[in-house]
Design a protein around this ligand. Sequence first.
Ligand code: ATP
Length: 133
Amino acid sequence: MSKMQLDIVTPEKIVYSDQVDMVITRAANGDIGILPKHAPLVSPLQITAVRVKKDGQEEQIAISGGFIEVRPDKVTILAQAAEFAGDIDVERAKRAKERAEERLAKSEGDLARAERALKRALNRLEVAQSANK
Ligand code: ATP
């Protein structure tokens, strides 16, 4: 089966760089599944999981928004932050979720910012679960 290069990059580091079979993620307009030879595309990404399929294995990476660029032989994801499922600190994400929920419950401060923090925390908790399957 033909493969494509996947690079996931944050302002801090290269999180992932390898040849893969398929990438599934959530772009601004909905879920996209990308196989090699996909049509070129640029899109914002939501706070979401990136599911990477390679040699019959799947792994998930939590990303906190960013952009995806697809070319027939290469997918590049530029993300604010990205963590492998197994590297996610679940207790930290739970604390972030509680803080955001408190701010939203009290309607305190910048609510759009609290919503985004909540989304990041929920996304991390969901992706972390995939590491235990
Ligand atoms: P927190 O309030 O816990 O810092 P946050 O959503 O505000 O969460 P970010 O600003 O998105 O955090 O990320 C800051 C850095 O911390 C990034 O490098 C990110 O990968 C890392 N990070 C954030 N939360 C976690 C977590 N639960 N487990 C592992 N790394 C995390």
